[in-house]
Ligand binder design. Structure first.
Ligand code: 8YV
Length: 323
């Protein structure tokens, strides 16, 4: 049995597959594969372990011989899941193990933005640490403020816990369905989307990218937010409209923004958001810790091993494939 892996992954996951008797063929070049290359490389493989690779209908139809596809991510917006189900390929993801690391990144962006930390660091490098002015470089404080979570699932819950523990923030959230565990554990209140926009001092996005959430944070949403609010997105860049975000910041409709995800990725190095004092941008490193990436590779490997044994994969995103 042979698996094609679209990037070099942590040793933990690779070893698990090798120990299970699977031949592991990794794509070692530092560039993404084209669709044609991906089809060609998976042609003689039984499984695919996919890292940040678009798997569209054409690819899935051309690769219907695959017994399983494991993603090295919790998000599966990169995959045409309906097409995978139609050709009976189970798709697996890596839920849970990256919640802490991703929430840490959201917290880091919130705090860095509130104190203009990225901008201040750049100003030292530019030789601008000069005369002390008590009215300059002022940030805003987070103690006792309201955290609004858009998509209170595992990651949102971790972020909310950090914000309560560090700053005693009140938590409000908007989900399609109420999260009663979070309501009990965090004393969080469900609010409508408009109320979330109007009441949050920090609004943090932790939802999946779906047709319903795509472009959700646009001009009309930013216009409803508080002028002193901070917008944080560590989920997917396509959930916010980037030109509308830029314009909301320039027009002071909101105070600041922290992004680990942009639209498109990578963000262009000349993008104006990168030079705004109240904006912090990171290059999609939410899950990038040694511990989390190792754990993700292990879950992905477990999906591959089960799929190749003909068993139900443990973290399936399209359970209909087993009907
Ligand atoms: C992944 C992510 O590491 O898991 C996700 O959904 O966004 C990331 O943390 C990245 O997409 C690479 O697979």
């Amino acid at each position: 049995m042979k698996v094609f892996v679209t990037r070099v992954i942590p040793e933990e996951g690779r070893k698990l597959m090798i120990d299970a008797g699977i031949e592991v063929q990794e794509w070692k070049e530092k560039r993404a594969l084209s669709k044609e290359e991906l089809i060609a490389h998976t042609r003689d493989c039984d499984a695919l372990l996919s890292v940040s690779t678009r798997l569209d209908k054409d690819f899935l139809h051309a690769s219907r011989h695959l017994k399983v596809i494991a993603l090295h991510s919790v998000g599966y917006d990169n995959v045409d899941v309906e097409a995978a189900t139609a050709v009976k390929i189970p798709i697996g993801n890596t839920p849970g193990v990256l919640s802490g690391a991703t929430a840490d990144t959201a917290f880091l962006l919130m705090l860095a933005t509130s104190r203009k930390a990225f901008h201040m660091h750049k100003s030292i490098i530019k030789g601008e640490w000069g005369f002390f002015d008590p009215t300059a470089n002022l940030g805003i404080e987070l103690r006792g403020k309201t955290l609004g979570v858009f998509g209170l699932g595992k990651i949102g819950l971790e972020m909310a816990k950090c914000c309560i523990g560090a700053f005693g923030m009140q938590v409000i959230y908007h989900n399609r369905n109420r999260n009663e565990t979070a309501e009990k554990e965090l004393n969080a209140s469900w609010v409508s989307f408009d109320e979330l926009l109007e009441q949050s001092d920090v609004l943090t996005v932790h939802t999946a990218l779906t047709p319903e959430t795509e472009g959700k944070f646009d001009r009309s949403a930013f216009n409803k937010m508080k002028p002193h609010s901070i917008f944080i997105n560590t989920a997917r860049g396509a959930i916010h409209n980037e030109p509308d975000l830029l314009s909301a910041l320039l027009k002071k409709k909101i105070w600041g923004a922290g992004l680990d995800v942009t639209n498109p990725e990578p963000m262009h190095p000349d993008h104006p958001l990168l030079n705004m004092p109240n904006v912090s941008v990171l290059p999609h490193i939410g899950s990038a810790t040694e511990e989390t990436r190792a754990a993700m590779s292990v879950l992905a490997a477990r999906n591959i091993i089960a799929g190749l044994k003909g068993e139900r994969i443990p973290f399936v995103v399209n359970p209909d494939v087993y009907k």
